[in-house]
Design a protein around this ligand. Structure first.
Ligand code: ATP
Length: 675
């Protein structure tokens, strides 16, 4: 680079007039020598093409140096630079024109330039000016702030290096302006106008004017969201100006009062002068009230004053029909009740599985039984288990014992029906040596053996009346008198009794003591017969196959579906014991790995599902004088419908109930869909 320098001696530095003189002369010299000349201030690194804007942007003061340069070192450039230096020396540094009048003119020009400079510099919008070479020759404070740069880091630099992808250079070619474009700088959103700068119809540079509108964009976004909230809200919303004119009502408001936009602009003082809105406008305080409309809807209205920077800006009223809330509350309450019900059911199933896991069941009725068993296991109260033969009374009794605090003490079973009447007393209470002929040594009774543990009095309904009286004494006094014993012996036992007889009937007949019945029936457990909980059958079958495989060392894998359906159709008079025996028999007969029809007796293979065939006749059976609860009838009807139609929809249609009601009731009563 060929470089020359010259000190500017003009008392005003390189001001506008002298800049114009230099530019003018430089242009003549350039064409004379075919030279391209550049300027630069001492401490600036980049060279600028000679132009008014560039020269002024250098802001060269008195005694500061102006550097002149040309890219190539040749004779023409050398001469061109020398001629320009001489011109500045003679016509500016040692100007004969530095007369008082010229000084005044310069002062006016400078004053106007300073004002313009200040306007640009302090302007609350960003301004960037480039010269014909796309170098930045002017940039104001606002623009520097947005770019986060200092002036010296930008001046003289190609604008594209400072603002990547700037379209400003394009404007120099297009020679026309571009308005209202969006530019993203440093995470800010700016609107930008770009225009070419002309002198004598020639483009001499271009200017970008831009403004950060990120905040405005944020406000727009909030506004959009707010509009959405207002239009989708179910609350009735209304804005009222401080003078009482309504300026907005949302769609819910219009719908509720069947009105259109005609309401906008009307005064609340005219529409409802004594209303809540008028009152809040007068007092500028929040008011709340429930309004009863003509159509019977109760509307809860809240009117709040709006203050912006402490200045009252009107009111906003929000109303909601309370009936809807009441409805929602009642729906919520219903859902909560349903939830509680299912939680309870879940609890029954899940919490019991661990402690009563040898009792196989999936039915709702057995879940209820096990729920009571679990509670009974936590107390020492006497339990009376009722159920047909083979339903699992003994299993339940031992499970209660095994889950109680007495589990490490004896569980003694007495079958009251199996012991001859004359031996029952000595069996239960024991005898002392010599108490009767043949009593060569003392023998403890079952009560003494069960001391600290549980005595299970099976078939209690078969206990002779005389023994019932003695048993009652044991239960009351908690002591036993052995035969031939001198004094009663204290015992600590828990009694679980079981029967398949209807004790209330026996009391009527005088064969069972009423007082004993009440002593025994503290906790009452009714085990349903298997025919009433056929949904347990698949699980029980699976359980017995694996149990019996273990005993017989067989390896039956499962059961054919058709015969399983048939097992569910059979009425199981012998209950689970009968099922267990039938499975054992089938396993013995089975030749393959799956139980099929051949392995079962013909009366099971041909059994008809009695709950379908007989239920309509027996549904309301007053022959024994008893009516069932409404729920029990409901359960039976739904069970029947599900058996017949096998779908909630069809069953619902026939019964005049919805699909959902049927499904809920099936869950409630433990009715399986694919019965
Ligand atoms: N829920 C069940 N899960 C698994 N096995 C069961 C179930 N219920 C009963 N059993 C089995 O069925 C058989 C009969 O049960 P249990 O002897 O307890 O009936 P029971 O009602 O006491 O009969 P009974 O009145 O004739 O004395 C037993 O082998 C028992 O293990």
């Amino acid at each position: 680079m060929l470089t020359k320098e010259i000190e500017i001696l003009d008392s005003n530095g390189l001001h506008t007039r002298v800049a114009a003189m230099i530019v003018n002369k430089a242009s003549q010299i350039s064409s004379k020598y075919g030279a391209k000349l550049y300027i630069k201030k001492e401490d600036f690194t980049d060279w600028l093409g000679i132009s008014m804007l560039a020269l002024i942007s250098l802001k060269i003061g008195t005694s500061e140096k102006l550097l002149l340069g040309a890219k190539e070192e040749n004779e023409n450039n050398e001469m061109a630079l020398n001629e320009l230096i001489s011109y500045i020396d003679e016509n500016i540094n040692n100007s004969p024109n530095n007369s008082i009048s010229m000084n005044k003119i310069d002062k006016f020009i400078e004053e106007s330039k300073i004002v313009t400079d200040q306007i640009i510099s302090e302007s609350p919008i960003g301004i960037i000016v480039i010269d014909l070479y796309s170098n930045i020759i002017n940039i104001n404070k606002y623009a520097l702030n947005i770019l986060n740069l200092k002036e010296e880091e930008t001046l003289g630099k190609p604008v594209n290096k400072i603002v990547p992808n700037s379209s400003l250079p394009k404007i120099l070619d297009l020679k026309c302006e571009e308005l209202g474009k969006i530019l993203y700088i440093n995470n800010k959103t700016c609107t930008i106008n770009r225009s070419p700068l002309f002198m004598d119809n020639e483009v001499i540079g271009a200017m970008a004017v831009f403004q950060d509108v990120s905040e405005l964009v944020g406000i727009k976004e909030v506004n959009e969201k707010f509009q959405k909230i207002l239009s989708s809200s179910h609350d009735l919303i209304c804005f009222v100006n401080p003078d009482g004119t309504i300026n907005y009502v949302n769609p819910a408001y219009k719908k509720q009062f069947s009105i259109n936009d005609m309401l906008i602009g009307k005064s609340v003082y005219d529409i409802s002068p004594n209303g809540l809105r008028a009152s809040a406008l007068r007092t500028k305080e929040k008011v709340e009230n429930i309004l009863h409309t003509k159509d019977g809807t109760d509307i809860l209205t809240t009117v709040e004053p709006i203050f912006i920077d402490g200045v009252f800006n009107g009111i906003i009223s929000t109303s909601k029909p309370v009936n809807e809330i009441k409805e929602l509350m009642s729906k919520l309450k219903k859902s909560q009740e349903e939830l509680d019900f299912y939680k309870d059911e879940l609890l029954k199933h899940t919490s019991l599985k661990g402690s009563f896991k040898n009792i196989i069941s999936s039915s709702k009725s057995m879940a209820d039984v096990l729920f009571i068993c679990e509670k009974a296991a936590k107390t020492t109260s006497t339990v009376l288990v009722h159920g047909e033969s083979g339903t699992g009374k003994e299993l339940i009794a031992s499970a209660i014992h095994n889950n109680s605090s007495r589990k490490d003490k004896p569980f003694i079973r007495v079958n009251c029906a199996a012991i001859p009447e004359n031996l029952l007393e000595s069996e239960l209470f024991g005898y002392e040596k010599g108490a009767f002929t043949g009593a060569v040594k003392s023998k403890p009774g079952k009560f003494q053996l069960a001391d600290g543990g549980t005595i299970f009095l099976d078939e209690i309904g078969d206990m002779p009346l005389a023994m019932q009286a003695k048993l009652l004494r044991v239960l009351q006094e908690k002591e036993v008198d052995s035969l031939g014993g001198l004094k009663p012996q204290k015992i600590d036992i828990r009694v679980i009794a079981a029967t398949n007889k209807v004790l209330s009937e026996m009391i009527k007949e005088g064969t069972f003591r009423e007082d004993l019945y009440y002593r025994l029936n503290v906790v009452s457990i009714n085990i349903p017969p298997l025919r009433d909980r056929k949904e347990d059958i698949p699980l029980l079958v699976e359980h017995f196959i694996s149990k019996i495989n273990g005993h017989l060392s067989t390896s039956v894998q499962g059961i054919n579906n058709d015969i399983l359906n048939q097992l569910q159709a059979y009425s199981w008079p012998g209950n689970i014991r009968e099922l267990e025996n039938i499975i054992e028999r089938a396993i013995n007969l089975c030749e393959g790995s799956t139980l099929t029809f051949r392995d079962f007796p013909s009366y099971i293979c041909t059994a008809l599902d009695e709950s379908i065939t007989s239920a309509p006749v027996n549904l309301i059976d007053l022959s024994n004088g008893d009516l069932l609860t409404f729920e029990e009838y409901e359960k039976q009807i739904i069970q029947l419908a599900m058996k017949k139609y096998k779908s909630y929809n069809k069953a619902g249609k026939v019964l005049g109930l919805t699909h959902r009601t049927i499904s809920l009731k099936c869950q409630k009563y433990g009715i399986e869909k694919d019965l």
